[in-house]
Design a protein around this ligand. Structure first.
Ligand code: HEM
Ligand SMILES: [Cu+2]
Length: 545
């Protein structure tokens, strides 16, 4: 009773005589910089956000190295402050928010609904340029004296105290926000207007429901961040007195504004990852997805409830007791749709014929790590418990379990899944399995120890720490090397695939959604003829499906 898909022929290229694949359709750098092909734009996002990930990753390894010993190890306290600020800002604004929508969303969305491109191809290119310009402003701080406020830019430190380059970084993030809004807008219109004949809303692959929900959050929440950053810029440059108590302002107001965006933003980060997991689990277990509608609506529910819980970041900031109790209560509500999803994924795997391919291994890693991240979120949402855990390593561990164990793992699993489609090349399953194992082990060694440290009172963002924490910190640092090695093997695997991988067939995994009916890589306008959707994306013939 579900979903997508055509029975039409494979849309061949280049030899099939229906045009050249999108990579070779035109050549020269200008053909890339002026392209309006969503696939080329997606590929450029893929590369750009990956560079950001690599930079953020190197910062992380350096941070962990500093924390190997309780006193100074390799850098000064000031450098440490700038390093974790940049690590957080790069990972958040330059990597995790734009990566999945920008790369996989752009590449897949039009193909998955049977369209030639997104609704506004030129606007799409503008989003990419805004991403690049925003990235330049943000990273310019590397040569103009850094920034040491933490990625949250809390006032009054950011507005009146620090002498580091707050202005260029916040302006960069402001521009990045526009990129995000325009992408969300474009995707929403595309899904409303350009679905192929037969592609009803309930026939869309669940990945697209997730992207739809994400886009809603992007266009509703991101402008609030933009205005907040503008106010911060004005405050710092002209002392207008919005946040400065000496001028009649209120510093806690900044936190309200900031988290009114940034809590929903964590759903901009995790929802697309959840969307990917649907495709990985169903295709690599050859099972119809269990509870299609429940999964679809839970994405939207998460997006909406996500707007009501920002105060759980501010339990210790002096909000009223009533507000704190309400925010705590509402936070638990998010657990319900999240739990629905996890339950449905496990039910889909149940009695599936699971193939332990790299995408499935990543999906299984996601299920374990995201569950740990989500369950520890309940601890933090509990008002009484959070008073103890606030701003400790427990928080650092929690959000890395969600963001890295959830989103990044899902993203990498998705990259493997769609790699043959995007590049036209197969990758080595052996190397991919090795890297997945290293990432899983390294990740847990790095971050599980931080739950323990945090529960014992190790504060976050500290440069020096008590000797008693050293064994756990050292354990965590060694874990980060294993994790780094895992990512390195992954990159080697991808480069090897590009150089010498076997040519990919149109449908290497036997998937049923529309992208598997086009050639690998697809031709410029995706399909030779507009596909007509007759079958569901998850209509695998398994017993009692
Ligand atoms: C890949 C391995 C990673 C390692 C080893 C790592 C390590 C760290 C460390 C050591 C800190 C500083 C904590 C402190 O001083 O209190 C930190 C903070 C942070 N990390 Fe990561 N990280 C990794 C990946 C990521 C990713 C992928 C993201 C994004 C989704 C991310 C987002 C953040 C954020 C937002 C902060 C907070 C910065 C702050 O406190 O201002 N990290 N990470
Ligand atoms: Cu939150």
């Amino acid at each position: 009773m579900s979903q997508t898909v055509t029975t039409l022929d494979v849309n061949t290229a280049p030899d099939g005589g229906h045009g050249t694949d999108y990579i070779r359709a035109q050549s020269g750098i200008m053909s890339w910089l002026t392209t309006v092909d969503h696939k080329r734009i997606g590929l450029m996002y893929l590369i750009s956000t990956f560079i950001a990930f690599a930079m953020g990753g190197v910062f992380a390894l350096i941070l962990r190295l500093e924390l190997l010993t309780p006193k100074q190890t390799i850098m000064s306290a000031n450098t440490y402050n700038q390093m974790f600020t940049l690590h957080g800002a790069v990972m958040t604004f330059l990597f995790i928010i734009p990566s999945i929508p920008g790369a996989l969303g752009n590449f897949l969305l039009p193909i998955m609904i049977g369209a030639k491109d997104v609704a506004f191809p030129k606007l799409n290119l503008l989003s990419l340029y805004l991403y690049w310009i925003g990235a330049l402003f943000t990273l310019s701080s590397l040569i103009t004296g850094g920034i040491d406020t933490g990625w949250t830019f809390y006032v009054p430190y950011s507005s009146t105290v620090t002498t580091t380059s707050v202005l260029s970084v916040t302006f960069g993030v402001f521009i990045l926000g526009f990129s995000s809004v325009l992408t969300g807008l474009n995707f929403i219109v595309t899904m409303h207007k350009l679905r192929a004949p037969g592609m009803g809303w309930y026939k869309m692959p669940l990945m697209l429901w997730a992207i739809y929900a994400t886009s809603i959050v992007q266009i509703l929440a991101t402008p609030v961040l933009g205005i907040t950053l503008l106010l911060l810029i004005a405050e710092r440059a002209f002392h207008i007195g919005i946040f400065d108590p000496a001028l009649g302002g209120d510093p806690v107001l900044y936190q309200h504004f900031f988290w009114f965006y940034s809590h929903p933003a964590v759903y901009i980060m995790i929802l697309p990852g959840m969307g990917i997991i649907n495709e990985l689990i169903s295709v690599h277990a050859r099972r119809r997805i269990f509870g299609y509608k429940a999964i679809a609506f839970s994405s939207v529910a998460i997006a909406l409830v996500g707007f009501l819980v920002w105060g759980h970041h501010m339990f210790t900031s002096g909000q009223s007791e009533f507000a704190a109790i309400m925010f705590s209560f509402l936070t638990f509500l998010v657990a319900i749709p999240s739990g629905v999803k996890v339950f449905n994924w496990i039910a889909t795997l149940w009695r599936g014929s699971i193939s332990y391919s790299a995408p499935m291994l990543y999906a299984l890693s996601f299920l374990i790590l995201f569950s740990i991240g989500g369950l520890t979120g309940i601890f933090l949402g509990m008002l009484s418990v959070d008073l103890h855990l606030h701003d400790t390593y427990f928080v650092v561990a929690h959000f890395h379990y969600v963001m890295v164990g959830g989103t990044v793992i899902a993203y990498i699993g998705g990259l493997h899944h769609w790699w043959p489609k995007i590049t036209g090349k197969m990758y080595s399953e052996r190397l991919a399995t090795i890297s997945c194992a290293l990432v899983f082990i390294g990740f847990n060694v790095t971050f599980f120890s931080q739950f323990i440290m945090g529960s014992r009172g190790m504060p976050r963002r500290y440069y020096n720490y008590l000797d008693q924490f050293q064994p756990l910190h050292a354990f965590s640092t060694v874990g980060s090397w294993i994790l780094g090695l895992g990512f390195l093997v992954m990159i080697i695997c991808f480069i090897k695939s590009l150089r010498s991988g076997a040519p990919a067939p149109a449908n290497p995994w036997g998937g049923l959604s529309l992208e598997w009916t086009t050639a690998s890589p697809p031709i410029t306008e995706n399909f030779v003829r507009t596909p007509i959707v007759t079958k569901g994306a998850y209509d695998f013939n398994t017993e009692n499906a």
